[in-house]
Design a protein around this ligand. Structure first.
Ligand code: GDP
Length: 414
């Protein structure tokens, strides 16, 4: 039995992720489908103008675009793995909110870049992609709208390579096109996923015929990833058989190192491709433990903070949402443990404040919690004047996390 996902020892099974896209690529639709598929929301999955779950703030709803980041929790058990907790941080797609984009990139650990399979790589996706790279955020990509006439995974991959200098690894290909979009060929697992009308997926191993047809593409994927992963290269050169587990582990290492981007495809609107994408979020995006240490300043100088629940408290306020029952101050905890009843130092207001109530958000409902650990995203309820960008720390430490900046140059993206 796994420990509960709320336990501090479960951090390897947490994923804090954002979804980034050019306006109209389908970010809102995809976010809704992900939350619906995971059971975090119970609607039919339809996106009505401005009413998607991540747009629950009334001002955002009025504008019909997402102007800031809130974080919604969901749970997902991949078809071949343990249950994970996903926290989807809503990343503004609109370029007018560049500072909010930067702030949300700072607090997430990985991101899904959504492209329209019809329109390919559009200017805004280029901008946000580059921002994400600058922050060293590992990325996976979803090529959406594959149900539309003219959609092409190959041409989107070519544009990713040309316009974004991306090392793009297609993890499979869709079956059929337009209204016939019926499945996904999974190169990694050597399996075929079939989608029924409602988009529910079932898996089976490749037939002999499929093996003959798709094994060359799988081989190309293995070779492309082996260029960026020594263990896979060694297995490949030794002539060992490359099974799903070996290839997945190599893809994960290479993606976390920023060497390239796994790419999936489907149609958010038709609810097709959502399950393979959820599996890929778990398989290839980082947990908080996979991220580099962050730097903070104190009166005693600079310190490095690892994602350790026993370390000094350090959390970044990244979004404030006004609710009827009081403000929710969203905090990303990088280090330490935050409990109801704690008194913390707020770096910009320069005062000590009591934490009266903590919540996590599941769909549009708050769920009270007593404690949050390094790597978690939590909302303090009831503070009136928190400031986005300020640091919460132990009153004795008075830390200030470095303002938004690129991560150390551990990542080479070419
Ligand atoms: P956002 O601006 O990126 O959040 O995009 P939306 O999710 O609002 O989608 C923009 C438009 O594209 C809407 O009219 C959606 O219904 C439509 N759309 C989104 N995903 C798909 C898809 O997979 N296939 C098709 N045909 N339309 C889609």
């Amino acid at each position: 039995m796994n420990t509960p996902l709320t336990s501090r020892t479960s951090a390897s099974r947490w994923r804090n992720l954002g979804i980034i896209a050019h306006v109209d690529a389908g970010k809102t639709t995809l976010t809704e489908r992900l939350l619906w598929k995971t059971g975090a929301i119970h609607r039919t999955g339809e996106v009505h103008d401005g009413a998607a779950t991540t747009d629950f703030d009334p001002i955002e709803r009025r504008r019909g675009i997402t102007i800031g980041a809130a974080a919604v929790q969901a749970r997902w058990t991949p078809h071949d793995g343990a249950e994970h907790r996903l926290t989807v941080i809503d990343t503004p797609g609109h370029i007018d909110f560049a500072i909010e984009v930067e702030r949300s990139l700072r607090v997430l650990d990985g991101a899904v870049a959504v492209f329209s399979g019809v329109d390919g790589v559009q200017p805004q996706s280029e901008t946000v992609w580059r921002q994400a790279r600058r922050h060293g955020v590992p990325l996976i990509a979803f090529v959406n709208k594959m149900d539309r006439i003219g959609a092409s995974l190959d041409s989107t991959l070519a544009q990713m390579r040309e316009k974004l200098d991306a090392v793009a690894w297609a993890l499979g290909e869709t079956v059929g096109s337009e209204s016939e979009l019926s499945g996904w060929i999974d190169y990694v697992a050597r399996e075929s996923v079939s989608w029924d009308e409602a988009g529910n997926a079932s898996r089976r191993a490749w037939s002999d015929e499929e093996t003959a047809r798709f094994e060359p593409a799988r081989q190309r994927l293995v070779e492309a990833v082996a260029d960026h992963d020594d263990a896979l290269a060694e297995a490949f050169l030794d002539g060992r058989s490359i099974d799903a587990a070996l290839l997945k582990a190599a893809l994960r290492r290479a993606t976390l190192a920023g060497a390239g981007t796994p790419v999936l495809a489907g149609s958010a609107f038709k609810n097709k491709g959502v399950e393979p994408l959820l599996d890929a979020i778990v398989d290839y995006l980082p947990s908080p433990l996979d991220r580099p240490a962050v730097r903070a300043q104190s009166e005693r100088g600079e310190t490095e903070l690892a994602p350790d629940a026993d370390g000094p408290l350090a959390g970044l306020v990244f979004k404030i949402v006004q609710q009827e029952h009081g403000a929710q101050t969203f905090v990303r905890l990088y280090s330490g443990t935050l409990r109801v009843g704690d008194t913390v130092w707020a770096s910009r207001r320069e005062k000590a404040l009591r934490v009266g109530r903590l919540q996590v958000v599941q769909a549009d409902r708050g769920q009270d919690v007593e404690v949050a650990y390094a790597g978690e995203i939590v909302a303090v309820v009831g503070w009136k004047d928190a400031i986005s960008g300020e640091t919460l720390s132990d009153a004795g430490e008075r830390l200030a996390l470095d303002s938004i900046q690129a991560q150390p140059a551990v990542l080479s993206w070419r």
